[in-house]
Design a binder for this molecule. Structure first.
Ligand SMILES: O=C(O)CCC(=O)C(=O)O
Length: 282
């Protein structure tokens, strides 16, 4: 095993996350921002067509346009984009060879892009965009329903910003080491689940802020306690989050995702931007 892989595995195992600074090249980030800008264009066209706005603000900056379009009707704004992400440019993000090499070190050779990939335009001060302390496993796992021989879903979560993410605009926070606690109780809140307060209180003082630049990627365990801080800036905190899974396991969802690497089913692997754009959220 190479030194890079050894330290990746050791850090991931110890703290439950690893930051890969500058992993995505500038042109990949620029492509992803262009793709998101097209989604914003679509929102503007639909608002215009239904008479909800008179000015589609074509010259507003990427960092504020979607927010500006929904000013005064924030509750109607999209919280996230998901099926819309079959856009050619995002192939370079989700199927980045450098990223998949790291994921392969963690999960092995059979890798699925899990059917949970999301772009989040986190608006300033909007509670409906606030993701509370949770474990992804708290959403996915009905542990009792796991097939025989499967103790846990082997997954790696990925988060990467499309604008610089800081404490001020709502970067992620993690509590290192909490991936070792298993799935803890969660409670339903208005928009999302939240880790039960009595459990959270025992760990939250060790939270760290994950401030990242575009191109940086953080990999984290799907049982790690994490949240997005509130956005107290005047612009949108745009980010992408997605997950890979050991493709020999079931997704435990009605959707099956897309193969990213496979020696068992090489014909089913997504191989190009065109193919990614042709496929859909399944
Ligand atoms: O981007 C955020 O604020 C939250 C994202 C998240 O919870 C996740 O990626 O699992």
């Amino acid at each position: 095993m190479q030194t890079m892989e050894r330290s990746l595995l050791a850090d991931f195992d110890r703290q439950g996350y690893v930051i890969l600074a500058g992993l995505l090249p500038d042109e990949v980030v620029a492509g992803a921002r262009r793709a998101m800008a097209r989604l914003v264009d679509r929102e503007a066209s639909s608002l215009l067509a239904t008479g909800r706005i008179v000015d589609p603000l074509p010259d507003a900056p990427f960092e504020t346009r979607l927010f500006d379009l929904y000013r005064g009707r924030i509750d109607d704004a999209p919280k996230s984009f998901r099926p819309e992400l079959h856009l050619a440019e995002l192939f370079d993000v989700f199927f980045s060879p450098a990223l998949l090499d790291r994921v392969e070190a963690l999960l092995g050779e059979e890798i699925r892009l899990y059917p949970n990939y999301t772009a989040r335009p986190k608006f300033p001060e909007a509670s409906r965009h606030l993701v509370l302390w949770h474990q992804d496993g708290g959403y996915t796992a009905n542990q009792a329903a796991l097939p025989e021989g499967v103790n846990e879903l082997r997954m790696v979560n990925v988060w990467s910003p499309l604008v610089t993410a800081t404490e001020a605009n709502g970067c992620m926070q993690f509590v290192p080491g909490t991936h070792r606690l298993g799935v803890v109780p969660h409670e339903g809140r208005e928009h999302y689940l939240e880790i039960a307060p009595a459990v959270l209180a025992q760990h939250v003082d060790r939270a760290v802020s994950i401030e990242l630049d575009p191109g940086d990627v953080v990999l984290f365990h799907n049982l790690l306690f994490h949240q997005g801080l509130p956005n107290r800036s005047e612009h949108i905190r745009w980010s992408l989050d997605w997950r890979y899974q050991d493709a020999t396991q079931p997704t435990m969802r009605a959707t099956i995702g897309h193969l990213a690497r496979s020696t068992e089913h090489p014909d089913e692997v997504v191989r190009s931007r065109e193919e990614w754009a042709r496929r859909s959220f399944v």
